[in-house]
Design a protein around this ligand. Sequence first.
Ligand SMILES: Cc1cc2nc3c(=O)[nH]c(=O)nc-3n(C[C@H](O)[C@H](O)[C@H](O)COP(=O)(O)OP(=O)(O)OC[C@H]3O[C@@H](n4cnc5c(N)ncnc54)[C@H](O)[C@@H]3O)c2cc1C
Ligand SMILES: *[C@@H]1O[C@H](CO)[C@@H](O)[C@H](O)[C@H]1NC(C)=O
Ligand SMILES: *[C@@H]1O[C@H](CO)[C@@H](O)[C@H](O)[C@H]1NC(C)=O
Ligand SMILES: *[C@@H]1O[C@H](CO)[C@@H](O)[C@H](O)[C@H]1NC(C)=O
Ligand SMILES: *[C@@H]1O[C@H](CO)[C@@H](O)[C@H](O)[C@H]1NC(C)=O
Ligand SMILES: *[C@@H]1O[C@H](CO)[C@@H](O)[C@H](O)[C@H]1NC(C)=O
Ligand SMILES: *[C@@H]1O[C@H](CO)[C@@H](O)[C@H](O)[C@H]1NC(C)=O
Length: 535
Amino acid sequence: MKPFYHLPLLFIVVFSSALATSSADSHEDFLDCLSSYHPEESSSISRVVYTDRNSTYSAILESSIQNLRFSTPNTPKPLVIVTPLNTSHVQATVHCSKTHGLQIRTRSGGHDFEGLSYVSEVPFVVVDLVHFRSIDVDVEKEEAWVQSGAITGELYYRINERATNLTFPGALCHTVGIGGLISGGGYGLLFRKYGLAGDNVIDAQFIDANGRVLDRRSMGEDLFWAIRGGGGGSFGIVLAWKVNLVPIPSTVTVLSVGRTLEQNATQLLHRWQYVAPNLPNDVYSVVLISTTNATESGTRTVLATFTSVFQGRANELMALMQERFPELGFVPENFIEMTWIESLIFLTQLPNESPEILLNRTYRNTLLTPAFKAKSDYVRKPMPEIAFQGLWSQLLEDVASTATLNIISYGGKMDEIPESALPFPHRKGTLYKINYNIGWREEENGNPQRYINWIRKLYSYMGSFVSKSPREAYINYRDLDIGRNNDDGRTSYKQASVWGRKYFKKNFDRLVYVKSKTDPENFFRHEQSIPPRFH
Ligand SMILES: Cc1cc2nc3c(=O)[nH]c(=O)nc-3n(C[C@H](O)[C@H](O)[C@H](O)COP(=O)(O)OP(=O)(O)OC[C@H]3O[C@@H](n4cnc5c(N)ncnc54)[C@H](O)[C@@H]3O)c2cc1C
Ligand SMILES: *[C@@H]1O[C@H](CO)[C@@H](O)[C@H](O)[C@H]1NC(C)=O
Ligand SMILES: *[C@@H]1O[C@H](CO)[C@@H](O)[C@H](O)[C@H]1NC(C)=O
Ligand SMILES: *[C@@H]1O[C@H](CO)[C@@H](O)[C@H](O)[C@H]1NC(C)=O
Ligand SMILES: *[C@@H]1O[C@H](CO)[C@@H](O)[C@H](O)[C@H]1NC(C)=O
Ligand SMILES: *[C@@H]1O[C@H](CO)[C@@H](O)[C@H](O)[C@H]1NC(C)=O
Ligand SMILES: *[C@@H]1O[C@H](CO)[C@@H](O)[C@H](O)[C@H]1NC(C)=O
């Protein structure tokens, strides 16, 4: 017997059971606090409060988890989920979480790449805005109020129902939540013409750390600036956004052409870098990179699919591409005219042409693997061909068969909006964004490390070719590898500025200033939340 071994062991046992008791207690107290906040039957909150003792708890939790990497038996689960029906339910949750030392994770669409809307290492409550999804379209004023829990597809559908010549410049993928999308900027098929989703917001309904309900006027321009791109979960809970609608023609045209390495994909992609960012604002241009078996020799190759969506007719786009990008070698049949809604369905490869699919929150695109790790880069100088060749050799490794890259052209309106207009700084001079993605089957969730290692190695390789000092990244493609706060969300200014400058460049300092003014106690925090100056 070595008695000195007992002391630390005993200490650990006592210490951890004390922790467990205190979190269980605070969780009971928290529930009591919620019900006493709403004593009357009519506004009772208990109908929308779930703990793991409610049989529907898991179904509610899993309902909008978009990355199954964070849906394993070992993933930390919330003590309580609240699905508010009323503003006062949200206020009660803020008040009681604060008094009982629980963190809040707000969830709108559940697409956070790192699962931050439903996972935390410290005891936490999820506010799931699934019932906050009314959409009120004003065709005359060309505006709409949309609640945060609505998905992008619902907004597109509701606008289209009222006026087929109006829409909103939101996300491509229809299941993305409006709450998280706008909180991080938000881009889609129309962003080269109208800017980001956040650029088209004119008012908001917001709950701050004191539970106050604020609008643009009462929150002031600093906070209104911060919530349109400073990233979700740092400042409070946005209940609804008032957005500007934009015109859309009755016919749009899609051009989609795939080229393998044997069909000069490398040279074409190299050329695309000079062509795409200078195309007119009416064109959205993306190159999807994947790998495929289909070559004559039967070996694997890289496939680059060059896709454009044009707000106009086929003959116009054909003339434009003939002038700007004849090397691509298209034929007239490659240009397909369709409606705006059909183009959304086509681009995200949804299974049918019926617009009702846009209302389906739980529809999971089968092209995407259910569990993934993703990263992003911005490119300001064209990459040399040799850089692409190095990229191909990594994509052709066995581990990478499910890896994809989305290379999305910037330019157009994005070059005209000043870098400081919103927290989102990737504007003038950005040629394109790269989104790297690798997925795996759910059964492999126990040990996805080889996939994660692969994408980290790829990211390290790309470092020499992409933006530098800072190496820019898109906040809505959240990546905890680029720097993070502590597990409890606390951090120093210095620690946070490592990731903060990559997402926001100089705007990071204004975000810290707004945070210090509006939530100095740092109630709303997570692994990549904006810290107040003196914490
Ligand atoms: C399949 C897929 C496709 C995507 N396509 C696009 C695209 O086309 N364009 C694009 O720009 N991005 C796209 N994204 C990224 C997407 O914009 C971000 O993941 C965004 O944060 C998702 O919002 P959400 O409400 O669905 O996510 P959630 O996971 O619910 O929230 C994301 C973050 O915002 C916080 N948050 C959520 N709601 C609120 C609120 N109401 N108030 C305050 N904070 C809140 C959360 O706590 C979390 O930190 C895509 C992501 C996926 C997984
Ligand atoms: C969850 O269980 C509690 C305790 O039985 C109950 O009061 C509450 O209404 C249940 N929640 C829902 C959403 O049914
Ligand atoms: C809460 O919302 C419900 C359903 O939307 C509504 O019927 C009820 O009147 C609201 N209660 C309060 C107190 O606002
Ligand atoms: C949309 O169509 C309506 C009805 O035809 C028309 O009054 C309105 O001006 C059009 N709006 C735009 C932006 O084209
Ligand atoms: C690839 O490029 C070469 C040289 O420019 C050209 O001769 C060849 O026809 C191209 N191949 C295809 C499939 O376009
Ligand atoms: C490609 O080839 C590999 C190895 O021959 C095989 O395992 C895989 O299923 C093939 N993939 C497709 C999409 O055909
Ligand atoms: C939504 O899509 C899923 C398939 O991903 C399907 O199982 C479900 O029935 C659909 N829901 C509705 C309401 O159509």
